[in-house]
Ligand binder design. Structure first.
Ligand code: ZN
Length: 98
């Protein structure tokens, strides 16, 4: 019985493209000092999830999200384009954006 070498390519597993995910998530931007400062300012001004509060839930925000995503032309560093979200709301929005 032949042994399968570890390096054998398995075509059903898509190969990782190292730069694609990087670009999609704007890693560089989210690590920038400018963004971190703006994010902190937003959370300080609005520490409650803006989606949940509309239905009367007071949930601490964990994520600062771009209302108009950067890759759709939204202003990256405009506080008016930001919203504070809890994780579930952010995940829901991310899923809808796709
Ligand atoms: Zn929420």
């Amino acid at each position: 019985m032949p042994t399968i070498k570890k390096r054998t390519k398995r075509p059903w597993i898509p190969e990782k493209k190292p730069h694609e995910g990087y670009r999609h998530h704007n890693t560089k931007f989210y690590q920038s000092t400018a963004w971190r400062k703006l994010r902190e300012e937003k959370l300080r001004k609005n520490p409650i999830c803006e989606q949940c509060i509309r239905i009367g839930l007071i949930i601490p925000a964990q994520v600062v999200d771009h209302i108009v995503p950067i890759n759709k032309g939204g202003a990256a560093l405009d506080i008016d384009n930001l919203q504070s979200l809890c994780n579930p709301c952010h995940n829901r929005k991310s899923a809808m954006d796709k």
